[in-house]
Write a new protein. Structure first.
Lengths: 666, 469
């Protein structure tokens, strides 16, 4: 039963990809959706057995790769982390599948689309259920390639092609570094298994086993832990779109909206977070790695939200908000709050999938219009979309008692518990941490700003678009409505329902998924909840209240308040341009030059200078030309005149005689 | 096949049936092959009583898979040729040449004698030189044929020197006798270098590589398939069979040099590939890069890397062969190999595009495809020897391979068709029959690599190699 979701998604991919064209696209879509729904029901059973009944399961199918001493097994592990991820993935995937039956109905390639969605779900399941790093890597690469195919689904558009290739390449940087990390882990531990990894690093556990069972295991050096950790971070940064490699995520919005909802909001982009939580033993061993993660996460949260405010495409805004929310999850890992990270991941998956699907609903209704300025006044026209978007936005900005509130609040509070983690250079560490905390708090405010901006721009004011679009308005059927309804319910209740299970004080549900290393490190949050006064720890809540009301008023007074702000002074315009064009100065000064240099280098230096230059001159062309020259010069000696030959003979005789006289032997 | 029934030649039939039989027999050999025996199996003798020469033939795990690959790929090439659009006379010519190359390749992989190996190795040049020379319409093909011929010939003459030295000392060129002989002093260095240059030209390694893209581009489809799938493997096979086991210490002594050259080769060819506009040239350069990665694996003197690189050799033979078949099919449809003219092929030929994507992914060492197993082994093994330059080169190779492969694939498959008046057919039955075995093998070796790997479990290159353990 545990493997059933993997089989079902794979079978539905194979069936619909190869034989789907023999059937009606509606029924193939329905079949795929029901397969995924059934997988979801199975995952509920898995959740019951693994989390509630506390039985971690490992299913071993025997050996996969055996190259000499290198051995990799086909084995799947179902622990608490996996089963939570299974529920998240399969519930969102079910919603996206049902949604796209309606959403893609008029597309000629709907069957291909459904099969790609199933393929993606299959690889994602492989990623989360893997029991060793190489099977995780299958899923990791597989979700990359299915994301490439799905972004590029409408493949006649140049933008879709560009962004798909970009996503592929940026992810590949992460993949390569991940492969290197695996190799280092292998040569140190002679295994790719997560269990061995945790045992080898968790020295206290290791010593018990060493003395009890006489198992001899290698113990990782600190040097290698840092190297592995940094490579893992690069991998996670690539996949989870953290700062530096984040550029592909907003571009990936070229794909159809169910893809954005399933892949680029809820599941695939959280694979990096999942990797870090899965291998959290490595990150618990080094404070240097922790501060890197905190820095990356908080900067991403800040940068993502600031860019998001100035975007005008409804999907791009949500994409940047995904970026920023992923930053929260990432920094939570840096603060050793792995369970908060997975908690926020779950809640975020629900409300972000809801936001995207509602955005798709609106876009679909108004003749594929994505520009925020051309929507407006939809409150009367699409009240259900208004409800969904309102719930999603409130949850996103952390409005009290929506799901985002529970998780985001706790992650920001987590900072207070981290100040006493580092014992060696406490002051520097604390200063750094303060800066990052400030960034995170600012990011909260910007989140409020763009969430309210979407709601106000889309649903209030007056309708800005062509009248014909109103006349040909397209209301979606129940296939679209029901997933939205379910996700709305989940966005409201998931935070409250799961709080005690996932992040309750001294919760036991994580069993062995999140390791506790005995040593100098504190177990952060369990203590800190009571330590600080309410005023400072609840700062985000007050700021959310305050700024929500403020921004609502601002937008109410003047619809184009941002425009007037922009033209107020030239320096504000400059800042606006930079933010609107996604930190243009970084793009211009960092990304483009790197790519340019690469391509110029490869052509000018490598191909033109070496391949077509030096090597050809030393090789074939050079030999031909110099042989010809040699022949010509030797021909010049044979002039055909008697006195030339006679002179040569005399000259050579003289030389021979001289050699004889001076008795020089050759 | 039916519409050509009237002017069909007995020769085509014969060569096809010969290789159908040999492929079936190779499958049968796989069944009866005993992986637990660490010496050669199926030993036969080539006897020339008049000349007082006898040479041994035999198979071990390494040569077996090359023989298997040879019989499969030659068969597919013959099929592809027999159904091409050429005139019957051309088809007969081509299949005669392919048949000759195939027989010689099987001899090369089957023999246990350095002299016979050398003779067959040289003799492949002649049909292949003709094959490049008679194909196509571009005058550049003459240049390519000369390049191919002379580069390999000059390299091969070096091994003649080595054979003379070996004959002078040992009196025999049998592999197992050479392995157990100790060559001393400068003689050993001379033999090592001359053999190394022979094989390095064939791989091809860095300074000697420029014949390879030219020959790949100018050769017809089947010629490129043979070049990438089999002929490039001759170099590495020679190293595995003769160079490494005979001269372990010298190979170990020179391994930093070899790894350095191979690393330069990987980085350099990967970068060169980024800006190529000819599809065949892209795959040809990528083949060079992969072959050099195999060299890094072979000379890092680590068990995992060695076995990984042998696996990568086999996997790359399948993958690049299939890619060249697909490019041939594209060329038959569009009559061009320049990337800029392609676009939106998925509208006309979705099945072809599907296969192209699968094999491109395999070329970029996607997990669950055969190349991944080899590259994982090489990466782990090389990192184990702490040779960080080689690791960097391998990583750059893998990364850039993804970039150029995906750009190529994307430009061919997606976007709008450039010329809307050109409408082509989807893949024909013959092309499906040609590509399906390769697809099957790629996926099978990705999912169950141990069907090959367990042949290497007990020994890799005979027992007399101690460094590898």
């Amino acid at each position: 039963m545990y493997i059933l979701p993997i089989y079902l998604t794979l079978i539905s991919f194979i069936f619909s990809f190869f034989f789907g064209r023999l059937f009606n696209n509606y029924y193939v879509g329905l079949l795929n959706s029901i397969n995924v729904l059934f997988s979801f029901i199975v995952s509920l059973f898995i959740f019951y057995e693994v989390v509630l009944c506390r039985s971690t399961t490992i299913i071993d199918f025997g050996s996969w790769i055996t190259i000499g001493v290198l051995e990799v097994k086909w084995a799947f592990m179902f622990d608490s982390l996996t089963s939570v991820m299974l529920i998240v993935i399969l519930s969102i995937s079910t919603c996206a599948h049902f949604y796209s039956i309606e959403y893609m109905l008029n597309d000629p390639n709907q069957i291909k689309f459904m099969s790609y969605l199933s393929l993606f779900t299959f690889f994602m399941l492989l990623l989360v259920t893997s029991s060793n790093l190489i099977i995780l890597f299958i899923g990791w690469e597989g979700v990359g390639i299915s994301s490439y195919l799905l972004i590029n689904f409408w493949h006649t558009r140049m933008g879709a092609n560009k962004s798909a290739i970009m996503a592929m390449f940026v992810n590949k940087i992460g993949d390569i570094s991940l492969l290197l990390a695996f190799a280092i882990i292998y040569i140190q531990l002679h295994s790719f298994d997560f269990t061995i990894l945790s045992l080898a690093i968790n020295k206290s556990l290791l010593s018990d086993i060493l003395y009890d069972n006489n198992i001899i295991l290698a113990v990782l050096d600190n040097k290698y832990i840092n190297a592995i950790g940094i490579f893992f971070i690069i991998g996670a940064v690539g996949k989870s779109a953290q700062l530096g490699l984040h550029t592909w995520l907003p571009e990936a919005m070229e794909g159809p909206t169910p893809v954005s909802s399933l892949i680029h909001a809820a599941t695939m982009v959280t694979a990096g977070i999942f990797l870090i939580i899965r291998t959290n033993v490595i990150f618990q061993c080094s404070e240097n790695l922790a501060i890197i993660i905190i820095a990356l996460g908080s900067l991403t949260a800040f940068v993502g939200s600031t860019i998001g405010v100035f975007q005008l495409d409804i999907k791009k805004i949500i994409a940047y908000s995904t970026c920023s929310q992923l930053g929260y999850m990432f920094l939570s890992c840096g603060l050793y709050g792995y369970k908060f990270s997975i908690y926020h991941l779950t809640n975020h998956a629900f409300f972000k999938a809801l936001l995207f699907l509602v955005a798709g609903y609106i876009i679909h209704a108004i003749n594929n219009e994505q520009d925020l300025r051309k929507l407006g006044g939809l409150l009367k026209i699409l009240p259900f979309a208004y409800t969904g978007l309102m719930i999603g936005s409130l949850s996103l900005l952390g409005f009290p008692f929506f799901s985002g509130f529970f998780s985001k609040e706790k992650i920001i509070e987590l900072y207070y518990s981290a100040y006493n983690i580092n014992e060696y250079n406490a002051i520097t560490y604390a200063n750094n941490l303060m800066f990052y905390q400030m960034l995170t708090n600012i990011a909260v405010i910007f989140t409020v700003l763009y969430s309210i901006k979407i709601v106000v721009y889309v649903f209030y004011y007056t309708f800005q678009n062509n009248k014909n679009n109103l006349i040909s308005l397209h209301y979606s059927s129940y296939y679209t409505i029901i997933p939205l309804f379910l996700l709305s319910i989940l966005s409201i209740i998931s935070g409250y329902m799961l709080e005690d299970l996932m992040v309750g004080i001294n919760t036991n549900s994580w069993n062995s998924a999140i390791y506790k290393i005995n040593g100098s490190l504190l177990q952060p949050i369990d203590i800190s909840v009571f330590e600080f006064n309410l005023m400072s720890s609840k700062l985000p809540v007050y700021s959310i209240f305050y700024f929500s009301i403020l921004f609502i008023f601002l937008f109410y007074i003047k619809s184009n308040i941002l425009f007037y702000l922009k033209i107020n002074a030239i320096w504000i315009t400059t800042i606006f341009n930079h933010l609107n064009k996604k930190y243009l100065f970084i793009n211009k000064n960092v990304y483009y030059p790197i790519i340019d240099t690469f391509f110029k280098f490869s052509y000018n230096s490598m191909y033109k200078f070496f391949d077509k230059g030096i090597i050809e001159w030393i090789g074939p062309f050079g030999i031909v030309i110099y042989t010809n020259k040699l022949i010509k010069s030797s021909l010049r000696i044979q002039t055909g005149l008697i006195y030339h030959y006679f002179g040569l003979i005399v000259l050579s005789i003289i030389i021979l005689i001289l050699l004889l006289i001076y008795n020089i032997t050759i | 096949m039916n519409n050509k029934q009237d002017n069909y030649s007995i020769w085509i039939d014969f060569s096809l049936w010969f290789f159908i039989f040999s492929f079936l027999y190779a499958n049968y050999l796989w069944v009866i092959f005993d992986p637990h025996i660490s010496t050669f199996q199926f030993i036969r003798f080539l006897r020339f009583p008049d000349l007082d020469i006898s040479a041994r033939l035999g198979i071990d795990a390494i040569s077996f898979f090359f023989i298997y690959l040879t019989s499969l790929i030659i068969l597919l090439c013959l099929l592809f040729t027999a159904n091409s659009r050429n005139t019957t006379k051309d088809i007969i010519n081509n299949s005669m040449l392919l048949f000759t190359v195939g027989i010689l390749l099987i001899i090369v992989f089957y023999t246990l004698d350095l002299l016979v190996f050398y003779i067959a190795f040289e003799a492949i040049l002649i049909p292949f030189f003709v094959y490049i020379g008679i194909a196509g319409y571009r005058t550049r093909r003459i240049h390519a044929a000369y390049l191919f011929f002379f580069y390999t010939l000059v390299g091969s003459f070096m091994s003649l020197i080595a054979i003379f030295f070996i004959l002078l000392q040992v009196g025999s060129t049998d592999v197992e006798i050479i392995w157990n002989t100790e060559f001393l002093g400068n003689k050993a260095y001379i033999i090592w270098f001359s053999l190394f240059i022979t094989f390095a030209v064939k791989i091809p390694m860095f300074p000697f590589h420029i014949w390879s893209p030219e020959a790949h581009v100018e050769a017809p489809t089947e010629g490129s398939v043979l070049l990438a799938g089999l002929l490039l493997k001759l170099g590495t096979y020679g190293m595995l069979r003769f160079l490494l086991p005979t001269f372990q210490e010298i190979s170990y002594y020179f391994s930093p040099l070899v790894i350095m050259i191979a690393s330069i080769g990987i980085v350099y060819t990967s970068f060169s590939t980024l800006r190529q506009i000819d599809i065949k040239r892209v795959i040809a350069y990528s083949s060079i890069s992969h072959m050099n990665m195999c060299m890094v694996g072979l000379f890092s003197f680590n068990e995992v890397a060695l076995k990984g690189s042998i696996f990568l050799l086999i996997a790359h033979g399948i993958t690049s062969g299939a890619l060249f078949f697909i490019i041939g099919s594209l060329y038959n449809r569009f009559n061009t190999k320049i990337i800029h003219y392609f676009g939106g092929v998925i509208y006309f030929a979705p099945t072809l595009c599907f296969l192209l994507l699968i094999f491109t992914l395999s070329n970029t060492s996607f997990p669950l495809s055969s190349n991944f197993i080899g590259e994982l082994g090489i990466l782990v093994g090389v990192l184990y020897t702490e040779n960080y330059i080689a690791v960097c080169a391998a990583v750059i190779g893998i990364f850039l391979c993804t970039i150029y492969s995906i750009i190529l694939c994307n430009k061919i498959i997606f976007l709008m068709p450039k010329y809307k008046s050109i409408i082509v057919a989807d893949i024909f039955m013959v092309e499906i029959i040609t590509l399906l075995p390769l697809l099957f093998l790629t996926v099978l070796l990705g999912i169950l690599p141990n069907i090959i790997n367990h042949h290497f479990y007990y020994h890799i290159i005979q027992d007399n190699i101690e460094i590898f353990s």
